[in-house]
Design a protein around this ligand. Sequence first.
Ligand code: GLC
Length: 434
Amino acid sequence: MSAGTTALPAGRPEHAWFAEARLGLFVHWGLYALPARHEWVMSKEQIHPDTYERYQRYFEADRYDPRAWARAAKAAGMRYAVLTTKHHDGFCLWDSALTDYTTVHTPFGRDAVAEFVEAFRAEGLRVGFYHSLLDWHHPDFPVDVHHPLRDDPAAAELNAQRSMERYRAYLHGQVRELLTGYGTVDYLFFDFSYGQDSYRGLPGKGAADWGSEELLALVRELQPGIVVNDRLEVPGDLVTPEQYQPSGPMLGADGEPLAWEACQTLNGSWGFDRDNHDYKSVPLLVRMLVDGVANGGNLLLNVGPTGRGDLDPRALASLDGLATWMDRHGRAVHGAGPSGGTPPPDCRYTRRGDRLYLHVFSWPLGHLHLPGMAGKVAYAQLLDDASEIALEEIAPDQQAQTLVPGGQPPGTLTLRLPTQPPAVAVPVVELFLR
Ligand code: GLC
């Protein structure tokens, strides 16, 4: 383990908070919470925009209480939160002057973004916006591979009336509203580009369509310290693997580590999906988080609140489970990063300063052998309860016999573990480095 390998890959000093935070809350909330069968329902079921619009009349969100969301996120150890200001269906959660297709023009009748930012800031979390580049509601957005009207025989004719230039002005105008009306916005998650995906002669959309260079310049001008993702099809401040965990640090073409954040769902859907019960277990969520930190990445974990505005009980249970673990183990995550060392099988290392955290995914019997760590550790304890873990170095030439285990390769440090792991989602041994 080389000293000084704890550097958090963050491009700019004002972005250091992002790598420090490691864990954030993603919130997908919008009209699709009412059909409650995936946030892409409008596209998947090819629902005409005029038909889909009716959900606007039924959006009451009578239980919307972002302070409750913020408290749950904070308890789970989340340090930032990212809200869908607009998803692909085009419905806006703020009081936009550029459209009436917003939460203000629903029975709910309020600016949901304003309440969200206030609530999360009050709990001390940083605030970010997700903003869809796609818009299946806007009359100028040309029909393409993802659009609900893609199979309409008149799609090409429709497109002749539509103007990407006018849509682009709308997109830039709305981003301007979001970045001027709500104070400091720490993070912006644009979604997404698909320039290569043409369908029945309907081209996909990428940087030239969005005016990405210009849009990014506008963002940086309005919010100089903001962290921006990579989905404008021009390089951003981080890369955003979705629904998978990278198998190692993410590297740029130059071989340098990139800042990255895996965005993950609880059940495979981003929006509220009532009949989908495919929830990840709490231990799996913790392992995903730890695995990411060990590889220099963040976890942006999503919830899809209901149409009434509640976090559903399954999501709350997941956040609660995470909270229980983070309460005792947060210091192995916040401000921690890759260790530069190689952990034993079924384990991960994270490191923060002179403490190395050994996350044990599969609890072995009695001994855990750490290659290359002999002489480097002054003291060890379970992070859960600060109970000491004994250390030993087994001589390489020790002969195995009856109760005596065989030697270990030179440089190996051996931990003596209790038979019973601590009753936590993922046990962690805290190693005080010399
Ligand atoms: C996607 C999906 C989407 C989700 C997002 C989260 O690209 O289109 O529904 O909002 O990724 O990263």
